[in-house]
Write a protein that binds this ligand. Sequence first.
Ligand SMILES: C[S@@+](CC[C@H](N)C(=O)[O-])C[C@H]1O[C@@H](n2cnc3c(N)ncnc32)[C@H](O)[C@@H]1O
Length: 129
Amino acid sequence: MSDCEVFNKVILTDYLEVNRQELKRWLRNAEDSTLDWTPFLKHTCKLEGRKPSAWTEKAARLRSVVSDVLYVDVHIPQPLDPGTLPLAGADCLVSCFCLEASSPDLAAFNRALGHMKVLLRSGGHLLLI
Ligand SMILES: C[S@@+](CC[C@H](N)C(=O)[O-])C[C@H]1O[C@@H](n2cnc3c(N)ncnc32)[C@H](O)[C@@H]1O
């Protein structure tokens, strides 16, 4: 949520269609969105030293910088469709408990990490949360 203050273009990804649909509903501010991110947005504002009431601005900023919600599979050598990212790779990749949750063992985790590496530009940042 803090990333959106730094980057002008953010692509969200998930393996499951149902998760991607939910993200898209939130991004559209759809009435049938079932996730309430308000507490997370407020807490992030607090961590950034802003008033919790700034959460609406953050939500708007987040919605404005997300350009797409795409399928990803970290267990194949090309996790995203070719052409999705700039040729040089992404400036930053963030994975929040995805590799850990989807890897059956350490070897699979390490392979997935290698697959993600091809998505990152040289000198880019990988955040594993
Ligand atoms: C424990 S959830 C974490 C979700 C979210 N990042 C969070 O922190 O709440 C694990 C996520 O990994 C995704 N996932 C499962 N298999 C995957 C794969 N092969 N490639 C990429 N993501 C995968 C799931 O769809 C799910 O969203």
